[in-house]
Ligand binder design. Structure first.
Ligand code: PMP
Length: 406
């Protein structure tokens, strides 16, 4: 078997076999959501057809099976994040809910007038708006570190904005719009030096390289299952257990309580403290299967994706009138670009006619687009199941589109 048998790997993902507008699907929109291997799809069906029962409640066998699998999934997540145990791993709907949870629960307790929340210009709206809202409510101020023309966080400016007023620093591990891999451990160290709490939005990192939370040194880390080959509607917020235990919960109900009495209620510790009500059990099990599927493939996947990125970058650079947006030296396989004389939506529509799926527009990064002085980009984003042939199809189709637009 070859070192990296991408054809065999693709057979694990049934959707990759379909056609679009009569052409084989080239799915290059992985930063929006990734495709799911058969093992994940089957895990969802198996749960509902063989084990469906509520967790943490029943004394009967099915409930015990569901509970055991649900808690085993937390261990899979912990291993995936380089953690020794799952105590700090809270199941949420996705990165958006994870960040909102921290803004609401941590922000409400720890922020006051005069405090600063340091973000970066390249954040996704999900890592901007929750902080804006909690800042308005507490009197804290949002401060923004600029991004260089190459698409990197301006480290000198970042450092200059840190002060004893900085209570929270939140940044993307990887930019969804540009693919930039940020120096997350170094940014965390700088933030910690002024005593700030650090949240990393890991949405675009988790599907591309090993995430090692102890090495990053952050306090909170959020990612979405659907971008990591798992189901939609499930994700993880990791928080330092002692930090989570000290926070007020934000939703109340079954499973998160220790004792309820009309005279007063006491809450459980993390992670149950933040998992009120019946969780997305099937989603949790599907996510664990996705992570277990991906983990052994991760190192070779990364090398393959980097080869795709290098080839796609060279191919697109050779097209006259095409500008690549975001050229940081360290990137995941995300390629944003524009073509002179054309709107990104038109590029996306024309590529779709050739069976190539990409994303267009502002990528939920309106402040970044404003900063770069562009309305949006066309974005091709690769996963470990994409091929050199698809890179070539993208290049050939864009050459055709460029001639049409010229
Ligand atoms: N942060 C980043 C960097 C993202 O790319 C996304 C998804 N595009 C999110 C947060 C939000 O993720 P979700 O919609 O899955 O909650």
């Amino acid at each position: 078997m070859p070192a990296y048998d991408v054809a065999a790997l693709r057979r694990d993902f049934p959707i990759l076999g379909r056609t679009v507008h009569g052409r084989p699907l080239a799915y290059l929109d992985n930063a929006a959501t990734s495709q799911k291997p058969t093992v994940v799809i089957e895990a969802l069906t198996r749960y509902y057809s063989e084990h469906n029962a509520n967790v943490h409640r029943g004394v009967h066998l099915l409930s015990e099976e569901a509970t055991t699998a649900y808690e085993a999934a937390r261990w899979s997540v912990a291993r995936f994040l380089g953690l020794a145990d799952g105590r700090g791993c809270v199941f949420v709907r996705g990165a958006t809910e994870g960040i909102n949870l921290v803004a609401e629960c941590w922000g409400r307790v720890h922020l006051k007038a005069g405090d600063e929340i340091l973000l970066t210009q390249m954040e996704h709206h999900a890592n901007i708006v929750p902080w804006q809202v909690i800042a308005e409510r507490t009197g804290a101020k949002v401060v923004v570190a600029p991004v260089t023309p190459r698409g990197e966080i301006d480290l000198v400016a970042f450092q200059g904005l840190l002060s004893p007023r900085t209570k929270l620093v939140a940044f993307a591990h990887v930019s969804n719009a540009l693919g930039t891999v940020n120096p997350a451990a170094a940014l965390t160290r700088l933030a910690k030096a002024v005593g700030a709490t650090v949240l990393i939005d890991g949405c675009q990192a988790a599907a591309h390289f090993k995430v090692d939370i102890p090495a990053l040194g952050c306090d909170f880390y959020a990612f979405s299952g659907h971008k990591t080959f798992g189901p939609t509607g499930i994700g993880v917020l990791w928080g330092r257990p002692e930090l989570l235990d000290a926070l007020p919960p934000y939703q109340f109900g079954g499973d998160m309580i220790r004792k309820v009495d009309f005279a007063g209620t006491t809450f459980r510790e993390a992670p149950e403290r933040f998992e009120a009500g019946t969780p997305d059990i099937a989603g949790v099990l599907g996510l664990a299967v996705a992570l277990e599927y991906f983990m052994p493939r991760q190192p070779v996947a990364h090398a393959h994706e980097q080869a795709l990125l290098a080839a796609a970058t060279a191919r697109l650079r050779a097209i006259p009138g095409l500008t690549i947006v975001g050229e940081a030296p360290e990137k995941v396989a995300v390629l944003s670009f524009n073509i002179a004389g054309g709107h990104s939506h038109d590029i996306g529509t024309l590529l779709d006619a050739d069976g190539i799926a990409i994303r267009t527009g502002h990528h939920c990064c309106m402040p970044l687009m404003k900063h770069l002085g562009i309305p949006g980009t066309a974005r091709a984003s690769f996963a470990f199941y994409n091929t050199m042939e698809e890179v070539e199809r993208l290049g050939a189709s864009l050459e055709k589109i460029r001639r049409m637009m010229a």
